[in-house]
Design a binder for this molecule. Structure first.
Ligand code: S3P
Length: 184
């Protein structure tokens, strides 16, 4: 399946551990699109890991960088763009995400997210006294924000990255058929 001509880019949003980067890379590979990861772009710019950027410059500086990366991407075409889980926090980013193209929200149950994110220490926001509660609180606060920017939602619990990519591609096909029917 080809990407719908009327859509410029594919944007993946969702909570930490929802699989945005792995699934995005897989879809980009299948379509021959460029793959962009906003976290990786920021890491490269600073030549530091995300925990080191948070420790050295604070979360606010990181959030400013996220916004700049989104602004810089506004002219891009045929990219699959994976974003950091907190990118939807800023209203200005929510506009930029929607302007980039088709937005897919990757969801997973809280248990699945916890299982995935508790395996490594590279997420500064989860370095708290009770990271399990932090996941729960952040997920409830952010879910409506992901929902507000998403055109399509794909549930990922129990699925491999390839299976999620299959589902996302199928959901895009259905979305684009429905949209074309609306326009005819
Ligand atoms: C964050 C998610 C991370 C990274 C940073 C902050 C968040 O990205 O941008 O640690 O606020 O949810 P992933 O969603 O790729 O883990």
């Amino acid at each position: 399946m080809h990407f719908p001509d009327s859509v410029r880019n594919l944007v993946l949003v969702g909570f930490m551990g929802s699989g945005k980067s792995s699934v995005g890379r897989e879809i980009a590979r299948r379509w021959g699109f460029r793959f962009v990861d906003t976290d990786a772009t920021i890491r490269q710019q600073y030549r530091k890991s995300i925990p080191d950027i948070f420790a050295a410059f604070g979360e606010a500086a990181f959030r400013d960088e996220e916004n700049k990366v989104l602004q810089d991407l506004q002219n891009s075409l045929h990219a699959v763009i994976a974003t950091g889980g907190g990118i939807v926090l800023q209203p200005r980013n929510r506009h930029l995400l929607r302007a980039l193209g088709l937005v897919i929200w990757l969801t997973a149950s809280e248990e699945v997210i916890w299982d995935r994110v508790s395996r490594n220490q590279n997420r500064p926001l989860l370095q708290t006294g009770n990271p399990r509660d932090t996941v729960s609180n952040l997920m409830s606060k952010r879910s409506p924000l992901y929902g507000s920017v998403a055109d399509i939602t794909v549930e990922t619990s129990g699925l491999t990255h390839r299976q999620v990519a299959d589902r996302a591609v199928e959901a895009i096909r259905v979305w684009s058929t429905a949209r074309n029917e609306d326009h005819n």
